[in-house]
Every structure is written in structure tokens, then in C-alpha cells.
Design a protein around this ligand. Sequence first.
Ligand code: 0WK
Ligand code: BGC
Length: 995
Amino acid sequence: MPNIAREELKPEESEQLLLLPGGHPPLWNHMDSIGPVGLRQREGAPGCSQEGLPCPSDSSELPVSPQVLACLQQFKVTETQLRQIQASLLCSMEHALGGQASPASSVRMLPTYVGSTPHGTEQGDFVVLELGATGASLRVLWVTLVGNEGHRMEPWSQEFVIPPEVMLGPGQQLFDFAAHCLSEFLDAIPMDKKGLQLGFSFSFPCHQTGLDRVRQSGHGDSGWKVCSPMKAIGGLIQVFCPQSTLISWTKGFRCSGVEGHDVVQLLRDAIKRQGAYSIDVVAVVNDTVGTMMGCEPGFGPCEVGLVVDTGTNACYMEEARHVAVLDEDRGRVCVSVEWGSFSDDGVLGPVLTTFDHALDQESLNPGAQRFEKMIGGLYLGELVRLVLAHLAQQGVLFDGCTSSALLTQGSILLEHVAEMEDTLCPSSPLAGAARVHAILQDLGLSVGASDAKLVQYVCAAVLTRAARLCAAALAAVLSRLRHSRELQMLQIAVATGGRVFERHPSFLSILQETVMLLAPECDVSFIPSVDGGGRGVAMVTAVAARLAAHRHLLEETLAPFRLNHEQLAVVQAQMREAMVKGLRGEASSLRMLPTYVRATPDGTERGDFLALDLGGTNFRVLLVRVTEGGVKITSQVYSIPEYVAQGSGQQLFDHIVDCIVDFQQKQGLSGQSLPLGFTFSFPCRQLGLDQGILLNWTKGFNASDCEGQDVVCLLREAIGRRQAVELNVVAIVNDTVGTMMSCGYEDSRCEVGLIVGTGTNACYMEELQNVAAVAGDSGHMCINMEWGAFGDDGSLDLLRTCFDANVDQASINPGKQSFEKMISGMYLGEIVRHILLHLTSLGVLFRGQQTQRLQTRDIFKTKFLSEIESDSLALRQVRAILEDLGLPLTSDDALMVLEVCQAVSQRAAQLCGAGVAAVVEKIRENRGLEELTVTVGVDGTLYKLHPHFSSLVAATVRKLAPRCVVTFLQSEDGSGKGAALVTAVACRLAQTACV
Ligand code: 0WK
Ligand code: BGC
């Protein structure tokens, strides 16, 4: 931005200056420059034009001294300078929106987390506390919202003057004062005062953490602050409230111990100290937001809120995707510009007068809020005072006499300027001048004949500049809006609030005209806010209250999914106990099935093997070539249609043999009888390596005539039914065992196999002496725990939720596989769906609209959880998935669905971690080791694809088994390779036995 020198007067301008009508001071025609009006009133303009131009009624000309001219000249801002301020402010806005670190002298662009303008449905009684909008006073309101239907109720309100020592004293004193005013106000209100909800309009620059949006700060932590804990299931339920950290005081406030602190908590503590009423601070709102939200329904919605009161600021509805800190890609969010801090010396320097510098130097915050100090009502009076004192000391005003009042900072207030400037075009100029005289005499000044008029021109010059600068800033916001919405023409309603608007009617007209000049492509309607935004704050509070209530219901619903360390340690201990009982053959929900796998591979295995892998997402046939150089796998995936998985056993095994034959043909293996290892991922009581009695189907399989049968026989019979096929079934292994063996081939410390996929289960190398079912007491045997059934004896009932019960009831094996149904991929999506149905029925989600789609079983796939919880595209993902499901969602819904998914998957991972901790601790104690180093071989889609599952399992194991160093090794080739290796070991052992 080029540096602009203070503008020299163009020749035609200097000629104009010398002659003035009726003793009026030299003024400029604002069309090409900014400052008091030109020499003669524009031809044909009406009497007191709304531009604050002198009225022709007083036709007398007023000689103006060069000093006065030079003085008023300083307040001239040219159109060019205005356009540069507009452009520089726009640039600073986009800079800050992009999240780039911005110098203190730029606008702040603070997201307010107000994501929507009022629906009009908001209802209820709300208390509003306004602090900071009107300088040395605070206001309390009781606002009753009646929604669309009801008849509008006038709010009750009361204003309290804040003593200067409170505005400059300790922060606690200020908030105690506010709490005192609150209760004094409420004492007088004849309404029921239980469960009061308060909206705090705090008109200073603050970093907010949320109003109705939860900041995503990683898994499970919503970033909301817990206000007050209350007893509930499993410890705390949390009440949520916003946080708003004060960046810096402005506008005459300078309380200590507040900047950098959460002003909501300071107010809460003060209300508690006051102890008169229990009031919940539900929302904190900037006054511009209250003004925008208070826009009269008939006019709105307003999408810009503009306040010019003691200070000045604006907010507007920005596209959320443009606000870098939000990670949002849809919808809009209200951004508080905080343009008061704009002071790009490059463009403002030439506009800043000596009086501005003087005012800044004497202010509480020199160097800060430079833009605000040229526009805000707190400063206009002071600017006028400094100019008048200067002109008096130059002897061109008040006969060169000053007064102590005139030399006292703050002696000329906004009201004085309003009165004096407003009389510039009174219906009767004399009356006007008399009032100016009265004000100046009150300041102890002797007012000469032309003094009153000159003073009026000073007021007009200061105010006109303020209005123009404000217009330049507003024009920047409008250009930003038009740009971010890619519009040729922007039609917009701007809500205005603040005493400068109320007291200076010319302010709005000058602002309007200048906006039309600077942003001709914007059709702007200005809507004065009715009650200073109190209703708007109540609207926001109503929205926040509704969302806090929704959030409370969400937390109440999800609380049972948030397991703490004690609960997980109980699961670990219960699993340990069930393991011991199962190994002893006592009643236990853990069958602890011997697998007859006694050793993990030692690398000497060799040969070609066929392997089958049934029970996971896919059925695979594999050719596994084990050579010195390693293992080479060729495989083919085949589907097992539901009607086959739930048909007859014969049909199922015939289908399996068909796939084998197809594979052999494709691999040119037809007629070869390779040793075959069968990964059969269902609970089987093995009587030997190649004998496995199916105990019960799981994971949606239910083929008849199989349970209680030796599945190796069923396979051999199917092979027998197929002519010309010869297969040598050597081993049947569970997928956990296959996974352990496959990883054991890479890492000899791998002694545990874990599957978290469609189903879940684990196996590990147990001391043979502990396995009652198998003779021998030396050496090890791999035990298939079948932990999916853990809790089928009711030991998990304390943790089971009604949603788990719904899923279990709807499954084909109710009462079975309890642990699996809280952890594995076949069920997590269904648990989430049932929770979403519940929250919809509570009106928390989807505006309470139940959709057919969401009532469809298995419509919410578990893979959605992995997609939704992926850190990078969280909300976009959520929205895309839910919209595909035809769900009408708001952005709040998207976040709540994300939290539901997080809670369900977190519980699953923690329960899985508690199980692994029980296993590795058993191995460590089996071996009487102080510390155990062990590897767990893992497979399964959920474990592999979910973005956080594996790290949560590992974290839970670290907490529950601190004396075990556990490495999780993801199996690359699945358990088919493991089955082949088990077969290879069996063949090697058989050969050595023959030798
Ligand atoms: C791949 C293994 C297979 C196991 C599956 C489990 O090769 O034996 O059953 O993982 O994961 P899922 O496919 O059920 O997600
Ligand atoms: C089965 C186990 C299997 C696990 C993982 C469970 O449903 O009962 O045998 O290991 O799923 O696939």
C-alpha cells in the first residue's frame, strides 16, 4: 500500500475556502473529499441536508481564519484515502481469516461460533448482561422470546453506572459489581427466577472457544470446559459452557487480572460469590453479534452487525470454509472483525491528526485501537475538546481564553458533540446557537459571536470523518462478503446499534452515502436494532441454551461409553479369572481352546501349501510357497453370499471346494494334492491339528448341520463329493493362530494373535501344564481364547448399554458373543445407528426427524466410523456420509455424530486393550518375569483401517500392563500364510517322526 502524504488542497478548493455564508466555517464538499461541507451549499440541496451540510437559512457568510481552516483541514479524508483504507482493511481481514499471524495493528477476525442467524423459533426467558457496549454503564435485561407465533414482549431493562474506580480497579471488583447489579435487577423482577439462563454481552476483543460448536482437539476431548460436575453413571456428567478469553481492554476499561482470562468464569465466580441467584451463563456474545441477531424479523435477517457506541466494531456472516481456525467446510459463521485495532500506519498515518496522536497519548492504551479512537463515541468528544483547546490557545476561539474544564480530559462528551453538531441545521438556527452557548458556558467558556458556529463545524468535521472512516471499514466488509459469496451484486441488511447512531442522525446518512460511493455494487439496507441488541443476545443465548441442552443429552447418552481406568482394570481382572477357569475346564465364558500348535515357526519350513481363509470379510484361497528366501503367496478372494453362509453346511462346504477348484485351475495346480491348511475363524474344539469340532457359528454365519461337527470332515466330505479333486487337509487353525504364526515367522517374540475385524478374538502361547484339556506339563500350546464370548455369563452387564442390548436382540445369536458385540466391526456401526436413533428421538439430532433410512439395519457401516474419525476430513466426511444416508443435517449434527462414533470406537479399543493386557500379564506371570517383552500379531479390518483404534489399544495395554513391553505387529499376508506355516511345521514334524 503506497504511503500517502497529507493531501494539498487543489486550486479550486483553496478558492472555495475563503468565502463562507452566514458566518459558517470553511467546509469541503464531501463528494470529493472528506470534511465539513464546501463553501456554498450545493445548489438545490434542501435546507438541513442529512449530510450535515450548513442550511441556507442562515445566509450570512462567516470569515474563517487560516488556523481554523488548517485545523479543520486535518479532518479531511479524501475519497482516494478512503479507498486505500478500505483496501488495506480488506487485505488485513483476509490475512487474519487465513490464520496467518497478523501484526497487532491489524483487524482480529475472531470467530464467534454463532453459526446461524435466528430461526425465529427461539423461546423462553433469558437474562442478558451487557458490559462494555456503552462505556461507563452496564445494562441488565430480562428478555422473553416468544418464537414465531407469540406476540413480541418488551424486555425489562435497567442501566447501572459503573464507577470509574471499578472500571480501572481489580477485575474481581468489576465482576462483583456486575453480579451485584444482576441481583439488584432480579430482585425487582416479578418472575420465577429458577434455572436462570444468562447471555453475557461482553463488548471487548475475546478469543472464544465455542458457543455452539465444539473445537476438535483430538480423540474424545471436546475442548469444552466442564462447569460443574454432578453425580451420575460412572462418575461425572458434564455441564458445558463457553469460554471467552479477553485479549485486551478497550474503551476506558483497564481492570487488572482479566486480560488473558476467561471472562465467563470470572462472571460465574462473581455470581457464586454474590450467592443471590443460581444463574447459568450459557453464552458470551460480542455486542455486534447481539445487534445483528436482534435484527427485526420483518427486515432481516441481517448478516452484518455494526456498532458505533463508545467503541466501534462490526461482525458479519463469513463462509466457514474461509475461517482457517475452524476446519469447517460448510455453512457460515459470524466473525467479529474487531476493526478498532486496525491501524495500518501506511494508510492511517496521513489521516491521523495531531489531535488523534494527542488523544492516543493520553488514553489508557496508547498505540492501540487507533481506528476506534477516530470513530468511537468515547473519543469524539475528546477530539472536539482537543481541537477547541488548540484553537483557543491559538487565540482564534473564545478570544484565546480557555477554561479548566476545556483543558480537562473527557470534559466534552459524545452527548455534547451530538447536541452541538445536531443544531447545525436546527429548524431555528438561533435556538441551536443558544444551546451551543449553554454547553460552552457550562465548560466555563466565554463564547464569542462566531464561536458557537465554529464549534459546530469542529463537531461536524470530527463526526463526518468518523462516519466516513466507519463507512470505509464497512465497505471493506461488504466487499469481503460479496467476494466470499462470489456475487456480482450483494444485497444485504446491516443491523446498526450504538448511541452514535442514535444521537447523531447525520452519522448514518453520511455513512450510507459513503458506502454507496465506495461499494456501489452493494445494495445495503440499514436496520437500527431496536433495543441495543439485548434481544439479539437473548436469541444467541436461546440457541446456545438449546445446544447446551443437546450437548448435555449427548453426554448423558455417551457417558456409559466413557470407561475409566478402574472399569477397564475390572474387565482385565475378570478376563484373567475367566482364562484360568477356562484353562481348568471350569465354567467360564472363555472356552480357552487348545489348538495343538505347540511352537511358532523356526524358519526351517519349506514347500508349497494350499491355504483357505474363511471367517473374515473375505474368503480367500491361497498358494503359499515357503522357501529359504522366504514366503511367496498367491491368493484369490471369493465371496460367501449370505444365503450360503446361512444355508446348509453341505452347500457351504461345496461352495468352498468350488472356489478351491477354481483357484487350482487358475494357478495350474489342478490334480495336485498339496498339503492344505484351513483357517476357520469360528470357535472349534480341536481334538488334534486336523480335527476341529465347530462349537457355534458367529459373525453372521449360521449354516445348518455344522455345529458339533468336525469341520475338517465336512471339508473332506465336500472334496469327496467333487470328482477328481484330491486335497490333503493337514491342519485347521483359527485366524488368531494363523495371524500369530504368520507374524511369528517375521518376529520370533510373537506369541499372541489378535483379530479385530468382523469378529474379534485372541490366542497366545500358554504353558502346557496350565492346559487341563491336554496332557503334558512341559512346553507350550497355543490357546484360542474365543474371547468374543467373554461376558456371555453376565460379567459385562454393568458395562452393557441399552444400545448394546438392541444390537444383541437384533442379531442372529442373541445373548452370545457379548464382548465381540461391543468391539468388532460387525456391530460398531449398528451401535452407532441405535444411538443416533435415540438422539434423534430426543430432538438432539436431525431436528428430531426420524428418517426411514436411519431405521434400516446395517445402514451405518462400521467403516463409516473409520472415515468419520479420520483427523483430516472429519466434518466433510461426516456430512458426505450422512447426506448419502439422506439425513437432513446441520453442522452441529455432524459434530455430534462424530462424537458418537468416537465414543463407540474408543470403548471398543479400550475393551480390546483390557483383554490384551490380561493375556500378556498372564504370560509374564506364567514365566515369573519382572518384565515381559512380547509381540502381538494383529489382523482385521477395524484394527487396520480405523485411524485411532490401534493407538488406543496400545495406550490401554500400557496403562493396564505396565510391566509388559508389547509390540503390535500387523500381519501383512493374513492368517492364510499362518495356516500354511502351521501345515509346514506339521509336515516337518511328521517327516522327522518318520525318519
Ligand atoms: C484377515 C485374516 C483372516 C481374518 C480377518 C479378520 O487373514 O483370517 O479372519 O483378517 O478380519 P476381517 O476380515 O474380519 O476384518
Ligand atoms: C470367532 C473367532 C474368530 C474371530 C475373529 C469370532 O467371531 O468366534 O473364532 O477368531 O471371530 O475372526
